[in-house]
Design a protein around this ligand. Sequence first.
Ligand code: FDA
Length: 302
Amino acid sequence: MRGSLLYLSRQSWLRRWMETSSFFRPLTSRFVAGLTLDDGLRVCGKLQAEGIMASLDHLGENVKSLAEADASREAYLKALQRIEAGSYPVTVSIKLTALGLDISQQACLENTEALVRKAGEIGSRIEMDMEGSAYTDRTLAIVREMHRKYGSVRAVIQAYLYRSAADIDKLCALGVPIRLCKGAYKEPPDISFASKRDVDANYLKLMRALFDRGSYPAIASHDEAILNEAIRHVREKKIGPEHFEFQMLYGVRRILQKRLVSEGYRLRVYVPYGTAWYPYFMRRLAERPANLMFLVRSLMRG
Ligand code: FDA
């Protein structure tokens, strides 16, 4: 089921049809803030009122031309300008393939640099989402360069990859802040843990390493067992809540989100907006089979 949904997420004909049909828009509202930056910022404002920080993501990935990459950069810059104007406690999450990584590493670097520089100027941060493993090395190279020049970045590490322990060691040595997630792409078994049990065990191992050696780690998961272990660990090691944050996705485990905030922990919610919602939405469906039932029920209701 998960593999089929991830396969469908790469079908461009289906993507074109669904993204341009107004029929599907109401269904996406569970995971996507809306089609515009105003929609995204409205959600950030509501979260802020609940004591929750946000990371805004202008949806889009794997652009096919440098003109599209420029348009992504401009959309992200506009988001940073609005964050500055509204003094929101908001970072911006980007995907390097939206900024041209498939076309030109240099153009992608320049686009990214414009965003990281601006984020630094306004006291925000660019969080570089991690995509499929074909991009890991190139993404981390850009993260390291941006960290060295500006500092205002966060890397993302996926616990399902065997290489992640070594990546964490290198990034921690440089003081690069890290968001730790399980990983949302379909990866081959020679480079990744296949079972949930193994991924979870590796997540816990990497999480402890980040708490011990990392710089302001972000624990990105909705898995209650993992979150409980994080809380147990920080209590035992007397790590204050100001030294790390939890992160979750918009529309996922809202009650758990409120619980963490009520217990005094920092929480940042990832808020995606934009018209290119299809691949993101399909990854969210793939993560939990029950989401497919939610989709089918919504379609039947019309
Ligand atoms: P797990 O999948 O085990 O889920 C635990 C529980 O959470 C489930 O039982 C369910 O209750 C709930 N849940 C999880 N996903 C759900 C969903 N989609 N719908 C409804 N309920 C759900 N990945 C990546 O490869 N690169 C990246 O850059 C990022 N960035 C990122 C940022 C943030 C803030 C988060 C929270 C996650 C990511 N991810 C990501 C996605 C991540 O890799 C992973 O696919 C999902 O977070 C699901 O994993 P969990 O840790 O939640 O555990």
